[in-house]
Ligand binder design. Sequence first.
Ligand SMILES: O=C(O)CCC(=O)C(=O)O
Ligand SMILES: [Fe+2]
Length: 84
Amino acid sequence: MWHSDIGGGPISAKRKLTLVLQLSPSGDYEGGTLEVMPGAQVLEASRAQGSVTVFPSFMLHQVTPVRSGVRHSLTVWAHGPAFR
Ligand SMILES: O=C(O)CCC(=O)C(=O)O
Ligand SMILES: [Fe+2]
């Protein structure tokens, strides 16, 4: 589901950068691709195990449904003053 990582709470509102680390080998699962929408186009993030995708936390993104297998990822949020 498309979403932004900026939340309404006092901590989640301060999210500035989102970092997603692909923990699983891409062959372990079908579907489960991270997609980011920086503008009119949709970009597919690398599925390679160990790759890191970084984008502004306000940017819309989603993970397509995992159709089979198991996908693990690690999300890290860096906080800071909002972009302006
Ligand atoms: O697992 C991913 O690739 C992204 C997860 C995500 O969007 C999030 O944790 O907010
Ligand atoms: Fe997210």
